[in-house]
Design a protein around this ligand. Structure first.
Ligand code: MN
Ligand code: MN
Length: 308
C-alpha cells in the first residue's frame, strides 16, 4: 500500500515539474491537460481525476471540455492541479504559476505592481501549505491546521478561501470523509497515524469564498438507478468499469462514444443524479486566487510528503 502511494507520489511530482516548464503565453489549455494525463500513464499510473487548469478568478474544477479553444495568456495566474493513482492509491498535488511576460504587458493594462502582488499571493498559499505540513503528526487536531493556514495567509495580506478544504483519501476514494480546513474553526478531530491527507490552501485578495459556475466538465459516478435509454446505460457501464467512483472528464469518453450521443447521455445521467457534476468554481467577488497542494501520510512524529 505504502509502495503504491509512493509510486503515485513520484509520478505526480515528476509530471508536475515537467508540466510547469510548458506553461507559457499562448499554450492551449487542452495541450497542457493532455500532456499531464499522458505522462501519468506513461510513468505507470492512471489519472485519479482530470488534470485541472484553473486560471485567475477560476479557482478549481476547470478541465478542458471537448474541443477546448482556451489558451493560457501572459500574466495569467495558473493553478495546475493533478492526481495519479496506482492500484487506487491516490496522490494529489497542485502548484500555482504566474505566466511569464507580465512585466512587458503595460499596454495590456497589466502592471509590474500587479505581477508582484500575484507572486506574493502564490507565496502565501505555498507558505500556508508548508506551515500546515510542519504541524502535522498523529494527535494534532484539524482546527490547529486551519488556524495555522489562516494566520500564515493573513500575514501575507490575503485571505484563505474558507469554503474549499483539503481532504482525507482512501483507496479509490478522493474525498474519504475528513475535511482539512484552511480557516480557524472548531474541529477537535485528531489525526491518526496512517491517515492520508491532501492539504490544499487557497489564497485570494477577494472575499475568500468560491461559488459554482454554470458549467461542469468533470463528473463522477454516484449511484445506480434503472435507466431505460440503452445508450445512457452503455455510457454508464463504461464509466463504472474504467473510473470506478473516481472523477473523469467527458473528453475521456470521446474515443469510445460519438460526441452528440455522449452529450445527451451525460445530460441524462446527471439529471437522474446517477452521475455527479463538479461545477467550475470561481472566487465570489471575481478576484484572483492561488493554490498549493501536497499529499501527506501522517506518522507518529510528523508526516511523509509523497508528492514533494
Ligand atoms: Mn488537487
Ligand atoms: Mn485535493
Amino acid at each position: 500500500m505504502i509502495k503504491s502511494y509512493e509510486k503515485a507520489g513520484k509520478i505526480i511530482s515528476e509530471t508536475r515539474e515537467e508540466a510547469i516548464k510548458l506553461i507559457e503565453d499562448g499554450l492551449p489549455i487542452i495541450d497542457l491537460v493532455n500532456f499531464v494525463e499522458y505522462k501519468i500513464i506513461e510513468k505507470g499510473g492512471f489519472p485519479a481525476f482530470p488534470c485541472n487548469v484553473s486560471i485567475n478568478e477560476i479557482t478549481a474544477h476547470y478541465t478542458s471540455p471537448p474541443g477546448d479553444e482556451n489558451i493560457i495568456n501572459a500574466g495569467d495566474l495558473v493553478k495546475l492541479d493533478l492526481g495519479a493513482h496506482v492500484n487506487g492509491y491516490i496522490a494529489d498535488s497542485a502548484v500555482s504559476v504566474l505566466v511569464n511576460g507580465y512585466q512587458e504587458l503595460g499596454e495590456k493594462n497589466y502592471s509590474e505592481e500587479l505581477g508582484e502582488k500575484n507572486l506574493k499571493m502564490i507565496e502565501a498559499s505555498k507558505e500556508g501549505l508548508a506551515n500546515a505540513i510542519s504541524t502535522i503528526r498523529a494527535g494534532v487536531e484539524l482546527e490547529k491546521i486551519g488556524s495555522v493556514v489562516e494566520q500564515t495567509i493573513k500575514d501575507y495580506g490575503f485571505l484563505p478561501v474558507a469554503n474549499l478544504t483539503g481532504h482525507s483519501m482512501d483507496q479509490w476514494i478522493l474525498h474519504s470523509g475528513l475535511s482539512v480546513p484552511s480557516i480557524s474553526e472548531k474541529n477537535g478531530h485528531k489525526l491518526e497515524e496512517g491517515d492520508v491527507l491532501a492539504i490544499e490552501p487557497f489564497a485570494t485578495d477577494g472575499i475568500g469564498y468560491v461559488t459554482d459556475m454554470a458549467h461542469s466538465h468533470i463528473f463522477r459516478f454516484l449511484r445506480d438507478k434503472p435507466l431505460r435509454v440503452m445508450h445512457a446505460q452503455k455510457v454508464l457501464n463504461h464509466i463504472k468499469k474504467e473510473y470506478n467512483i473516481l472523477p473523469f472528464a467527458q473528453r475521456w469518453l470521446l474515443d469510445v462514444f460519438d460526441e452528440n450521443r455522449l452529450t445527451s447521455s451525460m445530460r441524462m445521467l446527471v439529471k437522474s443524479r446517477i452521475v455527479y457534476p463538479y461545477h467550475v468554481l470561481r472566487e465570489k467577488s471575481g478576484s484572483w486566487v492561488s493554490q498549493a497542494e501536497h499529499t501527506v501520510i501522517v506518522e507518529s512524529d510528523g508526516c511523509q510528503i509523497i508528492t514533494e
